[in-house]
Design a binder for this molecule. Structure first.
Ligand code: PAP
Length: 320
């Protein structure tokens, strides 16, 4: 097994390249990873044991993961949204590919915590569907995917790059030019990208499989209450009252989450860096791209995504 893993990684490493925006990327099975993270992914795939009743929050980068994690954690917790006051959202819902670290790291023991968690476990992943540990798909674990329009996703990702560079200890600390990152993003070379392929990797199976709930950030912003209800129905949480649903919805709003002390002043440990929890809460709006995009950028994104999404019957909103 180890030999296969090494060959696989060596082949992938041949494609590793220093990205102009400062984060080294490596392509593996059609998706881009930071090279050390790919080792962690491979490590996780050999160690992680899925359970049939596991629930996964699934997403690409910067598409509303934090919000969705807060909602699902509240729905699945007996104390409802009170859990959100105790820990940062990313310490409440562990990301599997960051938890099976392939070397000694401060958060390396998260894998043990995950193995010992009572069922049903709530976990998360940024991996595309095709890269998930096969047990997750063969057992039919429930997955909730959140997609976001690529223009707002791009802006959110670009604004988050300084935090990412700290996580990956990149030598580039200078602000990353929007144009340079935009070019990479449109070419598919961003973490867990290509963006379009990631979204379609969940969208396509979600159309025929009832264990995948596909949501969009924009629809959730337009009517968050009905989405909290939809998620709770998907999870079979019939004991929640209408009042519970309303409470969870209001406690998970951007305004409420971003002003909690743990999110204003707390930190989450990733790899060997601390990320300020406040970096997960920037604006929380649909349409901020209009403040950052030129007409040319807008046309280029439309060209990259729209045909593929339309062919697949997927229509994302760019404003509300
Ligand atoms: P991640 O990939 O690092 O986990 P993720 O949580 O997916 O990030 O996305 C962050 C975006 O969700 C940010 O968007 P922005 O940069 O355009 O502002 C963040 O503000 C937004 N966000 C976080 N919490 C909420 C919330 N409760 N409601 C709406 N948007 C939110």
């Amino acid at each position: 097994m180890q030999a296969t893993l090494n060959i696989c990684l060596n082949m992938s490493m041949a494609l590793a390249r220093e990205n102009p925006y400062g984060i080294e990327l490596v392509e593996h099975d059609g998706f881009f990873y930071q090279p050390r993270s790919l080792k962690d992914v491979m490590n996780m795939k050999t160690q992680f044991k899925a359970r049939k009743d596991d629930v996964f929050v699934c997403s690409g980068m910067k598409t509303g993961t934090t919000w969705l994690k807060a909602i699902v954690a509240s729905i699945m917790s007996e104390s409802k949204s009170h859990v959100l006051k105790e820990k940062g959202v990313h310490d409440l819902v562990y990301n599997i590919e960051r938890s099976y670290i392939s070397r000694s790291m401060p958060n390396a023991n998260t894998s043990t915590i995950i193995a010992e968690m009572p069922s049903p476990r709530l976990l998360s992943t940024h991996l595309p569907y095709s890269a998930l540990p096969p047990q997750i798909t063969s057992l039919g674990c429930r997955m909730i995917y959140i997609a976001r329009n690529p223009k707002d996703t791009f802006v959110s990702h670009w604004k988050y790059l300084p935090a990412l560079q700290a996580v990956f200890n990149t030598e580039t600390t200078a602000p990353v030019s929007k144009e340079v990152f935009f070019d990479s993003f449109c070419n598919g070379a961003s973490l867990f990208g290509p963006f379009v392929d990631h979204v379609l990797s969940f969208w396509n199976p979600s159309r025929r499989q009832s264990n995948i709930l596909f949501l969009t950030y924009e629809d959730m912003k337009a009517d968050s209450l009905s989405h909290v209800k939809k998620i709770s129905d998907f999870l079979g949480q019939s004991s929640l009252t209408e009042e519970d649903i309303r409470y969870i919805d209001s406690q998970c709003s951007f305004q409420s989450l971003s002003t909690l002390d743990v999110n204003k002043n707390g930190k989450t440990t990733y790899k060997n860096a601390n990320v300020n929890n406040r970096s997960f809460y920037r604006k929380g709006e649909v349409g901020d791209w209009k403040n950052h995009f030129t007409p040319e950028m807008s046309s280029r994104i439309n060209l990259v995504v729209e045909n593929k999404f339309q062919e697949a019957g997927l229509f994302l909103k760019y404003e509300l």
